[in-house]
Design a protein around this ligand. Structure first.
Ligand SMILES: NC(=O)C1=CN([C@@H]2O[C@H](COP(=O)(O)OP(=O)(O)OC[C@H]3O[C@@H](n4cnc5c(N)ncnc54)[C@H](OP(=O)(O)O)[C@@H]3O)[C@@H](O)[C@H]2O)C=CC1
Ligand SMILES: CC(=O)N[C@@H](CCC(=O)OP(=O)(O)O)C(=O)O
Length: 339
């Protein structure tokens, strides 16, 4: 049996692709063979990602379906929403496995996607049947999947702590408040005035208030995992740091449930999981920066339960989760390339 999987990266000029390549370069069973960009002004990978100088000598190519699948077994598709679903079907038809970074296959139904994303879904037939890429919750489905919907960064920070608590009937579904802070890299590498240094440095702002598209993702995935009926009120805040997400989650315990039972439940559920650290300390983004860890703790105040979680938006929130999913899909040790 060949040990190396040939990997193609679509959308390789972006931030998540850079983090992905750095992880894959230390993966013993991966050979990166093809990388794509629409832009011809920078032929080599290291013209764009200068930190990869002398580490991987590849040329960008346009994604052309008559050539791209040659020499590729598995694709990491790092494109924006809708652009991704426009190509994923063709990649699958070419018999490639795909890990999709966008939100195109995360939700349960087309109507929700089109409502929250405001665009028509280019591959509507597949939506709802695709494995959601949190291996800690959906490992068995991921193992046998040809397409995995890699999770959103904010949803990962909320779903990881909440899922075991709902599954065990320890917390109430309403109210559920998820207050999150994110570093600027969460917005990707593409130019956007809001994310220019003088616009966001020395400032913190909420955005997507009452409208952010990660609300249905949190609700639907919790429902898929354990049948809960939440309506998460989620507000993200942009903070002047490169990377990291810190989520503070407020909810009520079920009657008769003590705070200790929540920590016990999380400790028990994640006991054998290498990337979720349930801790008595308060998590911080610095502790998880550049790693595939999600750190979680639980506190109580005046009858309200407060959960704090931290992860790196580009690692456990994107590329690290993708490599973890890749490992599960190919039967490799789940920590390869990640520890
Ligand atoms: N940044 C983060 O923290 C996270 C991002 N994600 C998701 O991962 C995906 C990639 O994000 P990120 O790397 O940050 O984004 P970037 O903006 O940094 O990169 C996007 C990539 O997609 C290509 N691209 C952009 N628009 C199109 C298009 N219309 N058609 C084809 N290619 C296009 C660009 O390549 P070029 O212009 O060279 O062709 C670029 O390589 C997105 O779906 C994002 O939502 C998920 C979790 C976290
Ligand atoms: C700062 C910033 O803009 N962050 C992005 C999060 C992107 C992400 O991680 O998730 P998706 O894959 O669902 O895009 C946002 O709030 O839309």
């Amino acid at each position: 049996m060949t040990d190396k999987i040939n990997v193609g990266i679509v959308g390789a000029t972006g931030y998540t692709a850079l983090e992905l390549i750095k992880l894959l370069l230390r993966h013993p069973n991966v050979q990166i063979t093809r990388i794509t960009s629409r832009d011809e002004s920078h032929p080599h990978l290291s013209d764009v990602h200068t930190s990869l100088r002398d580490r991987l000598d590849l040329r960008f190519e346009h994604l052309e379906m008559d050539r791209f699948p040659e020499g590729v077994d598995c694709v990491f598709c790092c494109l924006p929403h809708a652009a991704s679903a426009a190509v994923v079907g063709q990649l699958l038809d070419a018999n490639l496995k795909v890990i999709d970074f966008s939100a195109d296959y995360r939700l349960n139904d087309v109507a929700s996607f089109e409502t929250w994303y405001g665009v028509e879904h280019p591959d509507a037939a597949r939506i709802g049947s695709v494995a959601y890429g949190i291996p800690e919750l959906f490992r068995e489905q991921i193992k046998t999947s040809k397409l995995v919907a890699n999770p959103g960064c904010f949803p990962s920070s909320a779903i990881l702590p909440l899922a075991p608590l709902f599954k065990n009937g320890l917390v109430q579904s309403s109210p559920l408040i998820v207050d999150s802070k994110t570093g600027v890299s969460g917005a990707g590498r593409k130019a956007n005035l809001k994310f220019h240094f003088p616009e966001c440095n020395e400032s913190i702002t909420a955005y997507g208030v009452g409208t952010h598209r990660h609300m249905p993702e949190i609700d639907q995935i919790l429902n898929r995992f354990c049948g809960s009926e939440t309506e998460a009120v989620f507000t993200p805040h942009l903070v002047p740091m490169d990377r990291g997400i810190l989520s503070t989650i407020y909810l009520q315990r079920c009657d008769g449930i003590e705070e200790d039972q929540l920590m016990d439940c999380l400790n028990e559920y994640y006991r054998h999981e290498p990337f979720v650290r349930v801790t008595s300390q308060i998590p911080s983004t610095k502790d998880v920066s550049g790693t595939n860890f999600c750190d979680i703790t639980v506190r109580s105040c005046r009858g309200t339960t407060i959960i704090v979680s931290a992860l790196d938006n580009m690692i456990k929130g994107a590329s690290g989760a993708a490599v973890q999913n890749f490992n599960v899909m190919h039967g490799f040790e789940e920590t390869l390339g990640l520890l």
